[in-house]
Write a protein that binds this ligand. Structure first.
Ligand code: HEM
Length: 316
């Protein structure tokens, strides 16, 4: 009983603390948009467009009506949902490339063959799953190997159900176990704790030297149908997150080499040093801070990246 009350107070204190952090993250930027809108200097954004369409706005620039509060919370949810997830996916990708260098070499060999070093990869390359099967397999494996959200959010069952002999009564709370689904050896083959893109590939009928030898195996459950959750609670940022993850992975692999740091934590220079990677699992499953080296693959690749930055108006 004492333990229970202690837990309750600790939890209440934590909830107040987290609520304060949440509010400090979402309220000031939203109020800034409202203020700038009143001054006619707000830049285009989701918040601005929603505020412009509000039916019952509070006329005071430093106050929010009920409707504006709802917009603020919606924008906040998008921000909170998207802030850590995308970057966690990229960190897992960097970890995988550093720890499994043969995978990086194979993906770069495919990109060199299909895209070449005269241009950067683009969305058209990515939309064509057949031309870059190994790259797609790397992307799938990143989402499977270390699922970003290991458990989907809790939901309530809306009618009695029976699953594999288990009775699940209406109103029961269930949490889909994304991690277990993506580690299923019956579906994905042995050693699911190893990063192995080839588990997604099957051989085509082509012969060596006659085009692609691999294709994505349609019999393996596509991890994007699992890693972003399910049903009405499915991640609303799924398509945006996938687009940006895919182009980031393709661009990084095309133009850079990702390796372990060339010095160990004691400052000694070593040729191959793979730091110990620790994953921390909570709402998000993410690697603890780690070091890695990211270097351009050649002068041609440097020129391509500089050119792309100039096109975006970014001087470097
Ligand atoms: C690789 C990146 C991402 C992954 C793996 C991911 C994964 C997930 C998962 C597993 C859920 C729970 C779904 C469920 O319970 O069925 C979720 C919910 C959510 N995600 Fe994402 N997400 C990602 C990126 C994003 C981005 C970029 C945004 C926003 C722009 C976003 C916004 C949200 C929101 C708002 C929810 C809550 C939905 C609800 O409860 O109804 N996510 N995400």
């Amino acid at each position: 009983m004492v333990l229970c009350t202690d837990y309750f107070w600790v939890y209440q204190r934590k909830a107040r603390e987290w609520n304060g952090i949440l509010s400090a993250t979402i309220t000031p930027p939203f109020m800034k948009v409202k203020q700038e809108m009143a001054n006619g200097i707000a830049e285009d954004s989701f918040s601005l467009r929603c505020l412009q369409n509000t039916k019952n706005p509070d006329p005071r620039p430093d106050r929010l009506s009920k409707e504006e509060e709802v917009i603020k919370e919606t924008v906040g949810t998008m921000y909170e949902g998207g802030a850590d997830t995308g970057i966690t996916a990229l960190r897992t990708f960097l970890v995988a490339m550093m720890c499994f260098p043969h995978v990086q070499l194979e993906a770069q060999e495919e990109l060199d063959r299909v895209v070449g070093n005269g241009r950067l990869p683009d969305y058209e390359d990515l939309d064509d799953k057949d031309s870059l099967p190994y790259l797609h397999a790397v992307i799938f494996e990143c989402l499977r190997w270390q699922p970003i959200g290991p458990l989907a959010f809790p939901r309530q069952v809306d009618s009695d159900d029976t699953y594999k002999g288990y009775f699940i009564p209406k109103g029961a709370t269930v949490m889909p176990n994304i991690w277990a689904l993506l580690q299923d050896e019956k579906m994905y083959g042995p050693n699911t704790d190893t990063f192995e893109p080839k588990r997604w590939l099957s051989r085509t009928s082509g012969k060596q030297g006659e085009g692609e030898l691999w294709k994505i195996n349609p019999e393996k459950r596509d991890p994007t149908t699992v890693a972003f959750g399910f049903g009405r609670r499915i991640c609303p940022g799924k398509h945006m997150a996938l687009s940006s993850f895919r182009i980031n992975v393709a661009s990084l692999l095309h133009s850079f080499n990702i390796t372990s740091p060339v010095v160990d934590p004691h400052g000694e220079s070593v040729s191959v040093f793979v730091p110990k990677i620790v994953y921390i699992s909570g709402v998000l499953n993410h690697p603890a801070p780690f070091q890695c080296t990211i270097k351009p693959r050649s002068e041609e690749h440097v020129a391509l990246v500089q050119h792309a930055l100039l096109d975006l108006g970014i001087e470097n």
